[in-house]
Design a protein around this ligand. Structure first.
Ligand code: FAD
Ligand code: NAD
Length: 157
């Protein structure tokens, strides 16, 4: 099986879109990601999966902390900015929770300390111990078959 066929299959799993944020000591850094999972309630743990060649990898290793920001359907421009697809006009205005940069007006920002770092193939999993969350109302940005979309809730009679 070639990589395109694998990605075409994986792309049929519809996801939300997040931006992972951290601080490298001087500046905030962000990266768009959909490889996110909530993994444990007690203790509260999540995971993200970062390409071993991504700049974000060394920044999280250096800071030991990160936030995962769930984007709303009003924030496709922010997703494109942090995926290196299209620069957002006017730049990005970061907030801060417990010293970790976050994306303002996200549906939720989940702030973590790195608990474990596991190299798996060409990616690294960063298991995060959750230390704070912030939640805002809105509708999610979605990603399906390589395309952004929005979410429509079906009403059942
Ligand atoms: P860079 O390429 O250095 O940064 C990414 C972009 O963010 C650049 O354009 C940069 O200018 C901008 N940026 C960074 N910090 C700031 C700042 N402070 N202010 C303004 N702009 C800034 N890759 C994964 O490894 N795992 C995933 O789960 C994953 N999921 C993805 C899901 C989707 C829907 C998409 C579109 C891409 C996904 N990617 C994922 C790919 C990843 O987003 C890109 O490869 C990304 O460019 C890699 O980021 P980087 O850390 O190497 O940083
Ligand atoms: P795509 O068709 O490349 O992605 C479809 C799905 O394939 C993704 O949702 C993901 O599940 C999987 N995938 C893609 N690249 C992967 C990788 N390097 N490692 C593990 N899984 C991967 O969609 P697209 O619109 O072409 O994506 C835009 C860019 O974002 C591409 O360069 C893609 O490689 C990258 N991306 C990377 C990941 C990742 O986990 N590293 C996830 C999504 C997208």
């Amino acid at each position: 099986m070639d990589s395109r066929e694998f990605r075409n299959a994986m792309g049929r799993f519809a996801t939300g879109v997040t931006v992972i944020t951290t601080n490298d000591g001087t500046d905030a850094h962000g990266m768009t990601a959909n490889a996110f999972m909530s993994i444990s309630l007690e203790p509260k743990l999540i995971t993200i999966s970062i390409d071993n060649h991504a700049n974000m990898l060394k920044k999280i290793k250096a800071s030991g902390q990160y936030a995962v920001n769930f984007l709303s359907d009003q924030q496709q421009d922010i997703s494109m900015n942090f995926a290196g697809q299209k620069k957002k006009e006017g730049g990005v205005d970061f907030g801060s929770i417990q010293g970790v940069p976050v994306i303002k007006e996200s549906l939720a920002s989940v702030v973590c300390d790195v608990d474990q770092e596991i190299v798996v193939g060409d990616h690294t999993l960063f298991i995060g111990s959750v230390k704070d969350v912030k939640v805002t109302d809105g509708n999610p940005l979605t990603f399906y078959c390589g395309k952004y979309g929005d979410y429509r809730q079906k009403e059942y009679a």
